[in-house]
Ligand binder design. Structure first.
Ligand SMILES: [Zn+2]
Length: 107
């Protein structure tokens, strides 16, 4: 059976599908050498049920602030990882108010 290219697999796979399969989304910055594990459920609350090939554009590295070195993988947790694998959980979603100014004349 031919090997399916990982990118094609991600394109047909969604956050909901990953959540249903018990998969973890693992995002690494190759510059800072940091990896965080996310639950697909948490990411779906933020961005909706995205296809996984579009998900990485939503991330930015906490440390270097760049997107260029980010890499995403799907991870199937092993039984021994339950209770020990570090997960970055969604604690809260804050809505920020941003002023939009328009320069006008006195009327
Ligand atoms: Zn980084």
């Amino acid at each position: 059976m031919p090997e399916i290219h990982p990118f094609k697999r991600l394109r047909t796979w969604t956050l909901r599908a990953a959540a249903d399969q018990g998969q973890i989304i693992r995002v690494s910055c190759n510059l800072c050498r940091i990896t965080h594990n996310y639950l697909p459920d948490d990411l779906e609350k933020l961005s909706g049920n995205l296809q996984l090939d579009r998900l990485l554009t939503k991330f930015k590295c906490d440390r270097c602030g760049k997107r260029d070195y980010l890499q995403m993988k799907l991870h199937f947790p092993h039984g021994s990882e339950y209770g020990s694998l570090k997960i970055r959980r969604l604690k809260d979603i804050r809505t920020v108010t941003v002023p939009v100014w328009l320069d006008d004349v006195l009327r």
